[in-house]
Design a protein around this ligand. Structure first.
Ligand SMILES: *Cc1c(COP(=O)(O)O)cnc(C)c1O
Length: 235
């Protein structure tokens, strides 16, 4: 199947999953097409198929592709961000989903101030406390939120999580539900706190059922990523 056909099939799956939801049944669900490790032509193909949101993992790779993209699209950074890349990141991305430390948030606030931008961000939580994954530890979440709330050039738009790669994907379900609960609690006292980003190719249907309103899909749309360019990393 072509990427365009896969894209449409995924939209149908998302709609079906939404019907099984207990919470926020009418909420808009944003599909981020993850084009990491693919060329700019794949990015164009996705946009021409209807993708309004594109996700990239690495600043440098994204910068090269955006330069020749020639299309309007909302740009998401979903991979771990190093502080030496923040100046470039605030220029390139509409939403930075991977804010996971105070240090990074401070650097982003400064870099955004320098170019006169209010940078939209999500806080990434390492809910399952996996040592190899990025994301703020649950016990450090409140202080990070307080900082981002107070930062003049950052706007906290929501939360992001990468679920563990359980062999039985159903094990993700309680974690997704826990994230939705946390999201709803935080939302009551905030403006523009709209996005709960969770769900990838292997677990997005469950994520949507449990309340995700942003899903990040690569493999489901574009097939397996090749190992050829050496960029492939497990996340
Ligand atoms: C690569 C990546 C995705 C997409 O993964 P698939 O399994 O290919 O859908 C989603 N989120 C993040 C943070 C990623 O790095």
């Amino acid at each position: 199947m072509s990427a365009a056909e896969n894209f449409r099939a995924v939209l149908t799956e998302i709609e079906n999953a939404r019907k099984n939801r207990a919470v926020a049944k009418d909420e808009e669900i944003i599909l981020v097409a993850v084009t990491k490790n693919h060329g700019v032509e794949v990015m164009r193909e996705a946009i021409d198929a209807g993708a309004k949101n594109i996700g990239e993992n690495r600043v440098q790779e994204a910068a090269e592709k955006f330069q020749t993209l020639n299309r309007e699209v909302t740009r998401h950074l979903i991979g771990h961000l190093q502080t030496n890349k923040v100046r470039q990141a605030v220029k390139l991305f509409d939403l930075i989903q991977s804010v996971d430390s105070l240090h990074l948030a401070e650097a982003l606030d400064k870099a955004a101030a320098q170019i006169g931008k209010i940078q939209d961000v999500l806080i990434q939580i390492n809910l399952a406390r996996e040592t190899q994954k990025s994301g703020v530890a649950p016990e450090d979440l409140n202080s990070l939120i307080s900082f981002v709330d107070s930062a003049k050039n950052l706007r906290l738009r929501g939360l992001m999580m990468i679920a563990p790669n359980f062999s039985d994907v159903e094990e993700c379900r309680p974690l997704f539900a826990q994230m939705r609960k946390l999201f709803d609690e935080l939302k009551t006292s905030r403006k523009a706190f709209d996005f709960l980003s969770m769900g990838m190719t292997h677990d997005y249907k469950i994520a949507v059922e449990e309340g995700a309103n942003v899903v990040r899909l690569g493999t489901a749309i574009f097939g397996e990523r090749s190992l050829m360019n050496g960029n492939h990393r497990q996340v």
